[in-house]
Design a protein around this ligand. Structure first.
Ligand code: FE2
Ligand code: FE2
Length: 201
């Protein structure tokens, strides 16, 4: 059975961060440009990671499941359409020159869209992934997903570990390649914790 611990911890991070970014942005002093820049930077990272996650689902996971569990085609059509719906909000959140109020409203909208989407994905598809997808296929897809983060990998990896529940965290770190585990312990965790403290206070 595939180990979905990283996939689900990533979801937990998405469920958590759009809402608390909205709160952080709403509370940010308009004169505090350095903090605003850090919030914008964390948002941009989150949007890149979300986009990458959607690409892996749309181009690798759902196509495989369409052959292995064709009865879930309607759920996958809906998930695919919801990705496009989120893309529209991502486009607005990535645009320049928007007011803080517009950004806060769209972050709260993203928080709702992401939560509903992940409810459907976790109830409708996760059991089918566990039932039908081979563990080695999933491991290969996870490796491709990891390398696809490129320069964002240190921050995304530490963010994912941070979002995992305490019971999942040990399993997640144990399932990580040794070199990444060492880098995480030596520097990635500290860099992420510093960023999170600056963004969320
Ligand atoms: Fe997902
Ligand atoms: Fe998704």
């Amino acid at each position: 059975m595939p180990d979905l611990v990283a996939f689900l911890a990533f979801h937990a991070g998405l469920r958590r961060d759009f809402g608390r970014l909205a709160d952080a942005l709403a509370a940010c002093d308009p004169a505090d440009a350095p903090r605003r820049a850090l919030i914008d930077e964390h948002l941009a990272l989150l949007l890149r990671a979300l986009h990458h996650h959607h690409v892996i689902e749309d181009e690798e996971i759902w196509p495989l499941l369409r052959t292995l569990a064709p009865g879930a085609g309607d759920v996958m059509d809906r998930l695919h359409a919801e990705h496009r719906e989120m893309d529209a909000v991502v486009g607005r959140l990535s645009a320049v020159g928007r007011s803080t109020g517009e950004q806060v409203d769209d972050l709260r909208l993203m928080h709702r869209l992401v939560g509903d989407h992940l409810d459907l994905e976790e109830h409708g598809m996760v059991p089918l992934i566990r039932e039908h997808v081979a563990a080695d296929w999933w491991e290969g897809a996870s490796r491709r997903a990891t390398s696809g983060y490129g320069r964002d990998l240190p921050m995304v990896a530490a963010w994912t570990v941070d979002a995992a529940g305490p019971d999942q965290r040990e399993r997640l770190v144990a399932a990580t390649p040794v070199i990444l585990r060492v880098l995480y312990r030596l520097s990635w965790r500290r860099a992420y914790e510093c960023r999170a403290a600056q963004v969320f206070g």
